[in-house]
Each structure stands twice: as structure tokens, then as C-alpha cells.
Design a protein around this ligand. Structure first.
Ligand code: HEM
Length: 401
């Protein structure tokens, strides 16, 4: 069988893969849906296999020693692990504490402010000639929303912008980083911890109407967040809260520019905004992959996976699996039954999904309503250097009313 396979070796450095990973995903799904890389990771590209792993308690993140042996990404020594990297029961405890602070009400009352920010930002870019959409809207909109929600003062945001990018890049496998980058990552975590430690101390003395104050005070069944847990949770919410939403907006706008007929559909019927967001997330998800470790001997799609081996959920590939989606290569903003994996499909299902969905729906509906013409201002698009998070370095466009 190996002789007939072409082009399925996983090369995340290949510029063609970076520019458009979907032809590779298709070959992988068709020729080797459970593919073992030379480094020993199992790449899963079928929706059913990915979903099975995400729902299977035999797969998780594992103990500290298992994580240290991880050939994909080692944790930063000496820090509390964020709950995105924990298994039950620790994951359950922390997630439910954070859920108590970050409620559906917290999110729903942000709608007016998100609309106001979107309008302000679009005022500056519509009929303004060539603009970089990433710089003008896709980055500032979600970073302002999560900063205001958490209580990060406007004056501090530039200073923590670089820290945030370094931390976001650190979700990539270690083999993607130089030793200098790994040192910079560890330093960024330390400085981020220091920053939130100071801010949390202020909130203990002077509580405010923000998520940080809720996290400082939240308790359930006699449990609270310890100081290290509080700090990693703040960083997780801050970074996860905008680095991925930024790419929903960027990748989504690019897909709309490339599919003018779908864009017209949304313009004619703004009630499609919610399903449009789901479809844009399916079509080109910001988080392309996630890793899980077999905590005991297990099996996926007929393949035995030994305890300690690592599997990679290829979300971008699963989201275009014809066994799970009708006509998967087509962008269909009104798609029904859209069980995409862009937000995960198990116990780690994105905690911020309601907020990300709301930001996406408001931004795309407003864009469709206010900008009659959307054009790319270049044919040369560059993606940022991340492997796990897929997003554009810049998106030069012309938007006209
Ligand atoms: C379009 C935007 C977003 C995408 C595509 C996205 C995607 C994801 C994915 C795939 C996971 C699961 C990762 C894994 O299990 O390996 C996740 C988890 C998480 N996300 Fe998001 N996310 C987005 C926005 C947000 C926002 C706005 C927030 C916070 C305000 C957020 C907070 C979190 C948290 C805290 C987790 C960990 C949940 C857990 O482990 O139980 N995300 N997200």
C-alpha cells in the first residue's frame, strides 16, 4: 500500500501546505486516515475517528511525567497547567469554577459593545482605500473585547501584545521552535504571570465589574482558584480569547471575498449570520489541530494505539470529511447539520464559543450590510508562522460601501 501513496508525508514547513493545507488533508484522509509520522504521532483526519478520541476518556493529557516525555510539546516547568491541558477530575473542578465566573449572561450583555466597536472600526476602513484588515479590525476587535471583559486596562494592552503572541505561538510543537524561541516563551509566561498577579492584587483591594474580579472571588463547594491557577486561567482566557477569534475574522473574510455569491447571500439575508459563522469555522478553522495522549492501551478506527502514544486531531481535515459533511469543499453559509470540530467535540469544548460566535456574527453581518464591495488588494497572502493556529500575517483589502 505504501508504494501507491503520494504526498502524504507531513511537512508543516512546506510553503504549499502553509498556503493551502486542504489538498494535503484530502490525500491524507483518502490514503492514510490514521497516519503515523516519523516522530511517532498518529494523525487522525477522519471526522469519526477525531470525534471518537475527543469523547473517549482513555485519551487525555496525562500526568506531569507523561507530559514531560511528550515529543510534541513539553509544559513549561514550574507553572500550574491551564485546564485546557488537564484531565478530570482537575479539569472538571477548574472548568466549573471558571464557568461560574464566565456565565452566559456575562457574554450576552456584551452584544451592544461589540456592535459599537465593530461600527467604529469599520468606519475607519470602509471607503478608506487599501487597509490591512488584520491590523484594523481582526486583531483590535477581539483583543478589546477580551481586555474589557477581563479588566485589562487600555494603557497596558500594547505592553502585553507581544507576550500574548509569544504565548500563542507556544502551542506549536517544540520541534517548530529554536532554543531561543523556547527561552523567550518561558520568559513571556513569567512576565505574563507577574502582570496578572499585580492586577489581581489590585482587584482584591478594589473590586471592579469585570471577569478578573469574579475569578478572584469565585468559589464553589468550598473550592476557590489558587493563585497559580488564577494566573494560568487569566492567561488562557486572554490569549485564547483573541488569538483565535482574530483568525476567525481574517480567514472568514478571506473566504467571503473568494466566494462573492455566498457574500451576496449573507447581504440579502442577515439572518444567515449565525450559520455563516459556523460554516466559516468549518471551512477554515483557526485551530487546525490538537493533541491527545493515550492514557492506556486503546484503539481508534481499528488501529491499536499503545498507552503513551500521541494522536493529533486534524480539525481542518475532519471538517471537510465527505463522510460527515455533504459537499464539504463547498462554502455554504446556510449549511444545516454543521457538526464541525473547530471548537472541539468533547470535555474541552471551547469555553469561549458563545463569545467567539457573537463576535463573528456581529462582525460578518455588519460587514455584509455596510460594505457592498470587498476586494483583495494583493495576490500574495502570507500566513503567520504558527502550525496549530492558522491565520494570516496581513490581509490587505479594499472595502467600499
Ligand atoms: C473563533 C474563536 C475560537 C476558536 C476557534 C476556539 C477553539 C478552541 C478549541 C479547538 C478548543 C479545544 C482545544 C483542545 O481541546 O485542544 C478551545 C478551548 C478553549 N477555549 Fe476557545 N476558541 C475560540 C475562542 C475562544 C474565546 C473567545 C475564549 C475565551 C474568552 C476561549 C477560551 C477557551 C478556553 C478557556 C478553552 C479550554 C476549555 C477546556 O479545556 O475545557 N476560546 N477553544
Amino acid at each position: 500500500m505504501t508504494e501507491t501513496r503520494t504526498g502524504i508525508d507531513f511537512n508543516p514547513f512546506d510553503p504549499a501546505y502553509r498556503a493551502d493545507p486542504y489538498p494535503y488533508y484530502q490525500r491524507l484522509r483518502e490514503q492514510a486516515p490514521i497516519y503515523r509520522t516519523p516522530l511517532g504521532h498518529w494523525l487522525l483526519s477522519r471526522w469519526e475517528d477525531c470525534t471518537a478520541v475527543l469523547r473517549d476518556a482513555r485519551f487525555g493529557h496525562g500526568s506531569a511525567s507523561l507530559l514531560r516525555e511528550n515529543t510534541f510539546r513539553k509544559p513549561v516547568e514550574g507553572r500550574a497547567r491551564p485546564f485546557i491541558l488537564l484531565d478530570p477530575p482537575e479539569h472538571t473542578r477548574l472548568r466549573s469554577l471558571v464557568n461560574k465566573a464566565f456565565t452566559p449572561r456575562t457574554v450576552s450583555r456584551l452584544a451592544g459593545r461589540i456592535q459599537e466597536l465593530t461600527d467604529e472600526m469599520l468606519d475607519r476602513v470602509i471607503d478608506a482605500g487599501e487597509v490591512d484588515f488584520m491590523d484594523a479590525v481582526a486583531y483590535p476587535l477581539p483583543v478589546t473585547v477580551i481586555s474589557e471583559l477581563l479588566g485589562v486596562p487600555a494603557a497596558d494592552r500594547d505592553a502585553i501584545r507581544d507576550l500574548s503572541h509569544v504565548v500563542a505561538r507556544s502551542v506549536d510543537p517544540d520541534f517548530q521552535h529554536t532554543p531561543e524561541e523556547l527561552a523567550r516563551r518561558d520568559d513571556a509566561f513569567t512576565r505574563f504571570d507577574d502582570y496578572f498577579r499585580g492586577l489581581a492584587a489590585e482587584r482584591r483591594v478594589r473590586p471592579a465589574d469585570d471577569l478578573l474580579t469574579s475569578l478572584v472571588t469565585v468559589h464553589q463547594d468550598g473550592e476557590r482558584l489558587t493563585e497559580p491557577e488564577l494566573l494560568t486561567t487569566c492567561i488562557l482566557l486572554y490569549v485564547a480569547g483573541h488569538e483565535t477569534t482574530m483568525d476567525l475574522l481574517g480567514n472568514g473574510l478571506l473566504a467571503l471575498i473568494r466566494h462573492p455569491e455566498e457574500r451576496e447571500r449573507l447581504r440579502a439575508d442577515p439572518s444567515l449570520a449565525d450559520s455563516a459563522v459556523e460554516e466559516l469555522l468549518r471551512f477554515d478553522p483557526p485551530t487546525q489541530m490538537s493533541r491527545r495522549t493515550a492514557l492506556e492501551d486503546a484503539e481508534v478506527g481499528g488501529q491499536a494505539i499503545a498507552a503513551g502514544e500521541q494522536v493529533v486531531i486534524m480539525r481542518g481535515a475532519a471538517n471537510r470529511d465527505p463522510a460527515a459533511f455533504a459537499d464539504p469543499e463547498r462554502l455554504d453559509l446556510g449549511r444545516k447539520e454543521n457538526r464541525h470540530l473547530a471548537f472541539d467535540g468533547g470535555i474541552h469544548f471551547c469555553l469561549g464559543a458563545p463569545l467567539a460566535r457573537m463576535e463573528g456574527a456581529i462582525a460578518f453581518a455588519t460587514l455584509a450590510r455596510r460594505a457592498a464591495r470587498l476586494e483583495l488588494a494583493t495576490d500574495e497572502l502570507t500566513y503567520r508562522d504558527n502550525l496549530i493556529i492558522r491565520g494570516l500575517a496581513a490581509l490587505p483589502v479594499r472595502l467600499s460601501s
